[in-house]
Design a protein around this ligand. Structure first.
Ligand code: NAD
Ligand code: IPM
Ligand code: MN
Length: 352
């Protein structure tokens, strides 16, 4: 029996609601299909924890997390309690960086029963490989002077190692998919980092002569996401471009509430972390209406990561059968609650 130790960090707002839902679903998956057992340990490291302790996690927090096979996270952030950059750099970004989760893998594809806001979209199935450890999200910079002369400087950092790692990951992924990688660039306007990004892309592409490789400026790429999303297969993007593009990917699927993500540690030294694309949604927190599909599809990515692709497919097919039968939350035009959708997925998993 395969046993997986998972650290659950529900976080803030709807994170707590959707992690509870998706955890029940993972328990059902292991109950129904056997051969796999999850042992969940919950950590209440959120903005309230910060107010009490002055930090988002205890001093030995990372050490404790390193004992787990994986981390299942909802969303962090309650800007009314703690400034976002403090809570996010104290937990989410800290874990991504210190556990070398240098790849953030984020799909965007058509789901049966969920209507895209696009007019007549063709069937699209995109995988964004987001560089997750550096780029525009850097801790180098500062601000100086006050008043009218105040300036802030933020240096983007692009290392060959991390850039190449994201690109190789994208090409390897394209081999298993439709053999096409698009690089998101902006080398017409950003004159040091992006020409470097293009050069690394060209170098890596040479090792994959059978994969179609092309480059697109991020502004045009964003437009094509809306007008022709079906032209893409795998996209490799810097940290910030990947962040923006994946909210757009979620939007063209139908809602930010359904998009999943995996923060992958590729060298196997540390656990990977699974959290959806969306945030803690303070505007709907506590109302029981959050769409749980982003978190549940994220659970499917966790199953895939642990080599349980068959169970992962069962889970995604079950999600689609439920959406296709109209069990939809408010954000995608339905009237069902988080619990309704979760219960229906559980019931169908038990039937299959
Ligand atoms: P958000 O994703 O939380 O919300 C944007 C909009 O989408 C809101 O109207 C919200 O109600 C809606 N939405 C999001 N998830 C939904 C779901 N599952 N079902 C239905 N509707 C959903 O983005 P935001 O408002 O920019 O950020 C809110 C907080 O979350 C901030 O503190 C932000 O920093 C944080 N955040 C955290 C993460 C993370 O921890 N992974 C990711 C993004 C944002
Ligand atoms: C995401 C989020 C985070 C990011 C924020 C909350 C720091 O938007 O996971 O997409 O920008 O990476
Ligand atoms: Mn984001």
């Amino acid at each position: 029996m395969k046993q997986l130790k998972i650290a659950n960090i529900p976080g803030d707002g709807i994170g707590k609601e959707v992690v509870a839902a998706a955890t029940d679903i993972l328990k059902t998956v292991s109950e129904v299909h056997g051969g796999l057992k999850f042992e969940f340990t919950e950590f209440q490291w959120d903005c309230r924890y910060y107010l009490e302790h002055g930090a988002m996690m205890p001093e030995d927090g990372m050490e404790r997390l390193s004992q787990f096979d994986g981390i299942f996270l909802g969303a962090v952030g309650d800007p009314n309690l703690v400034p976002d950059h403090v809570s996010l750099w104290g937990l989410l970004i800290k874990i991504r960086r210190e556990f070398e989760q240098s790849i953030n893998l984020r799909p965007a594809k058509v789901i049966k029963g969920i209507r895209s806001p696009l007019l007549n979209p063709k069937d699209f199935d995109i995988m964004v490989v987001r560089e997750n450890s550096e780029g525009e999200y850097s801790s180098i910079g500062g601000s100086m002077y006050r008043g009218d002369d105040e300036i802030a400087i933020q240096n983007a950092v692009f290392s060959r190692k991390a850039t190449e790692r994201a690109m190789r990951f994208a090409f390897e992924l394209a081999k298993k998919r439709n053999g096409h990688v698009t690089s998101a660039t902006k080398s017409n306007g950003i004159i040091y980092s992006m020409p470097f990004w293009d050069r690394v892309f060209e170098d890596v592409a040479k090792d994959y002569p059978d994969i179609q490789a092309d480059s697109q400026h991020i502004d045009a790429l964003a437009a094509f996401f809306v007008t022709q999303p079906d032209r893409f297969d795998v996209i490799v993007a810097s940290n910030l471009f990947g962040d923006i593009l994946t909210d757009l990917g979620a939007a063209i699927m139908g809602s930010i509430g359904i998009a999943p993500a995996a923060n992958i540690n590729v060298n196997g030294k540390y656990p990977s972390m699974f959290e959806p694309v969306h945030g803690s949604a303070p505007d709907i927190a506590g109302k029981g209406v959050a769409n749980p599909i982003g978190q549940i599809w994220t659970a499917k990515m966790m199953l895939d990561h642990f080599g349980e692709e068959e169970l992962g497919s069962v889970l995604l097919n079950t999600i689609e059968s439920v959406t296709n039968d109209g069990f939809l939350t408010r954000d995608i035009g339905g009237r069902h609650t988080t619990q309704d959708v979760t219960d229906e997925i559980i019931a169908r998993l038990k039937k299959n």
